[in-house]
Ligand binder design. Structure first.
Ligand code: ASP
Length: 344
């Protein structure tokens, strides 16, 4: 890695704890003006980078994120792509894994870093994790290899010293500084005294490096979490709902669900209606393998597609994207990793 002192970066602030302060009236956290964040992190000025910033208006708690937020982010990046070497997105942690997954699919032919980060403690607090997260995210967004290409031409999350592929990441803690992990893929980089990149895992810079923002998203997707005691009414409400084109079934272990006749009949009926059914395991780590147990096999016999070791966040974002942009190829595109979102 060579330092890229001339790098120019765009810092996009969407909201989240990193930029919040206490409302003394009722003790809750509320967003504050973005300029104050920059003032709180004088370390940024020590890099020789040119850092421009842009703040969403209004800034939001990430629990309010909608597909419209992703469209806005994708369009900002596409529009300013040629002007910057990398992008850092400050975002609340609650839905950061969804947003990073969505952007990874929406930004086609991405050849530059798009690094999401945030914090568990507001940046003004003495023990904040926000300052270190932001400074490292900025350094990674600026990093180039010896050929002058971006070190990490991917959508990632940097948090608590690790750089994770965005569409492999999930939020695991509401109060620990280690708030994210990517259980089925090692970190793409680790920040110690230096930032160590795991080059064998990082996706290559695409041949076509002019990014395209694919902003058509079809949200007719539902999630069904299997649990003991689930009723035929719940399963049919979700699987047969008229507004649903695809359903993610969160199954047990390696992709198992009840093999009861009523359950498989509803799955078959949904398939006959042309719906896509994607199997994602409830286990935080490991993969779906529907050939392992009879209960899994009966799902694949009904035409359920394996989600391999994808996260639910990534599966949802991928379905929104492919149903929106490539409806005729959706099923085939599910079987292939588009942005390194599952192991094959
Ligand atoms: N509720 C906040 C948000 O996601 C939490 C955070 O930023 O960590 O916007």
């Amino acid at each position: 890695m060579i330092p890229n002192n001339k790098a120019s970066l765009l810092l996009i602030y969407t909201g989240g704890t990193i930029g919040m302060k206490e409302d003394h009236a009722n003790g809750t956290l509320k967003p504050f003006d973005f300029k104050q964040i920059i003032d709180e992190v004088p370390e940024l000025a020590k890099f020789a980078y040119k850092i421009d910033s842009l703040s969403f208006d209004p800034i939001i708690d990430s629990s309010d994120v909608e597909p419209q937020t992703w469209i806005k982010l994708a369009q900002v990046i596409e529009k300013s792509y040629e002007d910057y070497d990398g992008f850092v997105i400050l975002h609340g942690t609650d839905t950061m894994a969804y947003s990073a997954s969505a952007l990874s699919f929406m930004l086609e032919d991405l050849g530059k870093p798009v690094i999401f980060t945030g914090s568990q403690l507001p940046i003004g607090r003495p023990r904040t994790d926000g300052r270190e997260n932001l400074v490292s995210a900025v350094e990674i967004a600026a990093a180039k290899d010896k050929d002058g290409k971006a070190m990490v031409p991917e959508v990632c999350i940097f948090f608590d010293s690790v750089l994770l592929r965005g569409n492999r990441t999930t939020k695991i803690s509401s109060d620990n500084f280690k708030a994210f992990r990517s259980p089925n893929l090692p970190p793409l980089a680790e920040a110690g005294i230096t930032i160590r990149y795991n080059k064998t895992l990082i996706l290559p810079v695409p041949e076509e490096t002019r990014v395209k923002a694919r902003t058509k998203l079809d949200t007719s997707v539902s999630i069904l979490k299997i649990h003991p005691g689930i009723t035929p009414q719940t399963v049919s409400d979700i699987l047969l709902g008229s507004n649903t084109k695809a359903v993610i079934i969160e199954t047990y272990g390696s992709g198992n669900a009840p093999a009861k006749k009523w359950f498989l009949d509803i799955v078959r009926q949904a398939r006959e209606m042309g719906k896509i059914i994607l199997n994602i395991t409830q286990c935080p780590s490991g993969s779906v393998n529907m050939d392992l147990y009879a209960n899994g096999k009966s799902l694949s016999d009904c035409g359920v597609v394996s989600g391999h070791d994808m996260t639910t966040e990534s599966a949802l974002a991928k379905l929104f994207h492919i149903l929106g942009e490539y409806p005729d190829q959706a099923r085939a595109m599910l079987e292939e990793p588009l942005r390194g979102e599952f192991s094959k």
